[in-house]
Design a protein around this ligand. Structure first.
Ligand SMILES: [Zn+2]
Length: 142
């Protein structure tokens, strides 16, 4: 009998500054598109990472959530907390730092550490930018 598959999620908070500015657009176009978000400003972000896998019949766990937390802390949190996302984060260079692009970039950071996920599979990265707005990225289906 195979073990039931369960999804587990860990969340972390960080504070960061950014501005939305697409280099392909003019200053006037950026201002019209992004409004006040074209100016440097900050958010108290939250990001959530969900992995999926079989529940180990001995440990009762998909993977140790402390291990997932540590991967998120080293691969993402330490690089973005109290930073300017547009200037200070190597893995965001050249990226318009919308929540969508943050979710994709965070996914890529974690996918590079897939071997550390104890056999479970990355299934969702959620970036919460404000109480009203969040985005989900589920990776590319192949
Ligand atoms: Zn913003």
């Amino acid at each position: 009998m195979s073990s039931p598959t369960v999804r587990i999620t860990h969340c972390q908070d960080f504070a960061a500054a950014h501005r939305l500015h697409a280099p392909q657009l003019s200053s006037a176009e950026n201002l019209a598109l992004y409004g006040p978000c074209n100016n440097l400003h900050g958010h108290n972000y939250r990001f959530e990472v969900t992995v999926e896998g079989p529940v180990d019949p001995v440990t009762g766990m998909v993977m140790n959530l402390n291990d997932l937390a540590e991967i998120m802390r080293t691969e993402i949190w330490q690089q973005v907390d109290h930073k300017n996302l547009c200037e200070d984060v190597p893995f965001l260079q050249g990226v318009v730092t919308t929540a969508e692009n943050l979710a994709i970039a965070f996914w890529q950071q974690l996918a590079a550490k897939q071997d550390c996920l104890a056999g479970s599979r990355l299934v969702r990265v959620r970036v919460v930018e404000s109480p009203d707005n969040f985005v989900d990225y589920f990776g590319e289906s192949v």
